[in-house]
Design a protein around this ligand. Structure first.
Ligand code: FMN
Length: 168
């Protein structure tokens, strides 16, 4: 079984594409957070905005995977109103107690990553081993470089865990 789980929410596909690429690079399992509500179109945008601004709790569908079975869980969110997306907030609240090492990534149009990472750290109850913010204006090469650094940090964590397991 894989040692890494990549999990993310995506309204319009950007975060999902990054999550899928990360999962491939890390030979990880990949899960997209789903929910019963429709967030498409202008109404879905407004609903998402309101959920983020008012920190509304939302219902998400049950995960197929148990986070306790992994060494590292990589969590990705789009930035909404300068904060974490409501479905990822809900996912972190549900899984907080069982989370192993965590790494965070976010996608954004312009800004908000610093607050998002602070909130994710608080919700997860632990510091991430790596963080990666991907902004729309970055060119493909820069994005790739950020992803490589992020993957490298996660792989170093996995190597450290392997070494500890061999030492005991
Ligand atoms: C409701 C809403 C609020 C957003 N607020 C911000 C924001 O505060 N800052 C920002 O840089 N981008 C913001 N965005 C843009 C998204 O973070 C960005 O397009 C992201 O890559 C979308 O990811 P997705 O395609 O996976 O849903 C917002 C998007 C939505 C839908």
């Amino acid at each position: 079984m894989s040692k890494v789980l990549v999990v993310c929410f995506s309204r319009s596909g950007t975060t999902r594409a990054i999550g899928a690429a990360l999962a491939e690079r890390l030979h990880a399992d990949f899960e997209v957070i789903t929910e019963p509500v429709d967030r498409s179109g202008p109404l879905g945008y407004l609903r998402s905005l309101a959920d983020a601004v008012f920190t509304r709790s939302v219902h998400i569908e049950e995960s197929r995977r148990d986070v306790a079975n992994y060494d590292v869980v990589v969590v990705g969110t789009p930035v909404w109103a300068g904060t974490i997306s409501a479905p990822v907030r809900a996912w972190l609240a549900i899984h907080r107690r069982k989370l192993p090492h965590v790494a965070f990534f976010c996608t954004q149009q312009m800004r908000g990553d610093a607050k998002v990472f602070r909130e994710m750290t608080k919700l997860a109850g632990k510091q991430p081993v790596a963080r990666c913010a991907l902004t729309a204006r970055l060119d493909a090469q820069a994005k790739q470089r950020f992803i490589e650094i992020f993957v490298d940090r996660i792989e170093r964590t996995l190597a450290r865990i392997d070494n500890l397991e061999w030492a005991v």
